[in-house]
Ligand binder design. Structure first.
Ligand SMILES: *Cc1c(COP(=O)(O)O)cnc(C)c1O
Length: 470
């Protein structure tokens, strides 16, 4: 296997491990409340981990969004904020960083990823257009639908199989693309919504070969490609590790090449870019940039801050460069794998291969006796919290929402509970505690009964839905 620098010493000699490429300078104390208090907190939150107080949580694996630890350099950058309303110097640093590492021309800052999704969707989708994508993401699809678009899943079939060992389960199936073009016509498809390390598929990457082929296909049909670049650093790591010809290229080189096959990107900077808040849109077409700039002043802020403070843009510009570092990305992905390996060694069902940012427990196999309408992954997240104060999240039937046409629950093939690892925050000992708690609830799984939904919001229901035990 390539990338010998990181993995090997441990495996070759049995005792030499890799370690995080940082040391701890400041700590935030955490504590675990009692079992009784956890039971009460879970019931009060309607068994929805989004409705819990962070103070009641011991190890918080709800999300890797905005939960990373910033470096001393980023905190120093915070002190360098230029809070001018227009033309802040930090905006130009941000613009330079995005142009340098991602290679796009026009940069529009936004308050976070969904702000950028809103702008791009409104700028390029006409009512009745079709938007093919490699599996959906909650906010991405919603913005496409609100702009009048119809989302079509064109990810390869292997992505829907939680144990298929395909190395690039995020790939787009070009036959599905061709079928869509034949059915609706290329002029009804403004762009392909391509995501790196597909979140809902378990953090699964897209190969360089696939994006190249997609580019050729789209050029033939006059379709653009816009990239959800939220976790492209991790995607680039998998290309470096698994794809022929990339072992000696840096993450930065791989990222730049990948982006060069796309027409622009939106970004939740709260993930790969190592900041607590922020996002951006970047495109290569002047007309799309102009439309988005017209809208950014309505919905986000002036086009040189887009909802972010100057200091936040400075921390983001620094985070972009730090996040793309090879040692950083390797240690991050390896920490996720460490947790995955502990679970697999105990026979606990998870999505394989282990992805870039999270472990996804396969709740269908974990609770084989629970039908999907009893919300097995929501149940698993609740049980895990009650056992040990570890907070995870549902990624299954609740997240999938209802079909806008029929109003029925969508029944996704994957019913998962996600344990998302924040960047540079937890140690290996925290991972041990998490794994042991999962094992404990797995051992008593047959006694677990499931949940029923007692409150359901209209949009993105997983955030605020409430449940009761059946
Ligand atoms: C988080 C995320 C978004 C949305 O970004 P926010 O910053 O949360 O608004 C979009 N796409 C993917 C893949 C994400 O993980």
């Amino acid at each position: 296997m390539s990338n010998t620098k990181y993995q090997t010493m441990g495996q070759q000699f049995g005792r030499r491990s890799w370690a995080e490429p940082w040391k701890i300078k400041m700590v935030e104390p955490i504590r675990m409340i009692s079992h009784e208090e956890r039971q009460k907190a879970a019931a009060e939150a309607g068994y929805n981990t989004f409705l819990m107080r962070s103070e009641d949580v011991y190890i918080d694996l709800l999300t890797d969004s905005g939960t990373s630890a910033m470096s001393d350099r980023q905190w120093a950058g915070i002190m360098m904020g230029d809070e001018a309303y227009a033309g802040s110097r930090n905006f130009y640093h941000l613009e330079e960083a995005i142009q340098k590492y991602y290679g796009y021309k026009y940069i529009i800052p936004t308050h976070q990823g969904r702000g950028a999704e809103h702008l791009i969707s409104q700028a390029v989708i006409q009512k009745g257009d079709y938007i093919p994508g490699n599996m959906y993401f909650t906010t991405t699809r919603l913005h496409q639908e609100l702009a009048g678009g119809i989302f079509v899943d064109v990810i390869i079939d292997e992505a829907h199989d939680p144990i298929h060992q395909h190395p690039f389960k995020g790939n787009i199936d070009l036959d599905k693309m061709q079928a869509l073009v034949n059915k609706v016509g290329a002029d009804k498809i403004p762009y392909v919504s391509l995501a790196g390390t597909v979140n809902m598929a378990g953090g699964q990457p897209v190969s360089m070969a696939n994006v190249k082929e997609l580019r050729e296909f789209c050029d033939r049909h006059g379709i653009r490609i816009y990239l959800d670049a939220t976790r492209m650093y991790e995607n680039s790591f998998f290309i470096q590790e698994r794809e022929e010809g990339y072992a000696d290229k840096s993450i930065a080189e791989i990222l730049f090449e990948f982006c060069s096959y796309t027409d622009g990107a939106w970004m939740s900077a709260k993930k790969d870019n190592l900041v607590n808040i922020g996002g951006w849109l970047a495109v290569n077409q002047a007309d799309v940039a102009e439309k988005a700039r017209n809208m950014v002043v309505v919905y986000e802020g002036l086009h040189t801050y887009g909802g972010m403070a100057g200091r936040d843009m400075e921390a983001l510009a620094i985070g972009i460069a730090e996040g793309v570092d090879d040692d950083h990305v390797a240690s991050r992905v390896r920490q996720v794998r460490y947790l995955g390996k502990l679970l697999m060694d105990w026979g606990i069902p998870i999505v394989e291969p282990v992805g870039g940012h999270a472990i996804f427990l396969d709740a269908k196999r974990f609770y084989e006796h629970l039908p999907q309408d009893l919300f097995p992954s929501q149940t698993l997240a609740a049980e895990l919290y009650i056992d040990s104060g570890v907070r995870s999240m549902e990624r299954g039937i609740v997240s999938a929402g209802r079909d806008p046409k029929t109003g029925d629950h969508r029944h996704p093939a994957l019913e998962l509970t996600r344990l998302t690892i924040p960047r540079r925050v937890y140690t290996q000992a925290h991972m041990d505690v998490v794994a042991e708690s999962i094992k404990a609830i797995y051992d008593v799984r047959e006694q677990t009964k499931g949940l029923k939904m007692v409150f359901e919001p209209e949009y993105l229901r997983f955030f605020q839905a409430r449940f009761e035990k059946v």
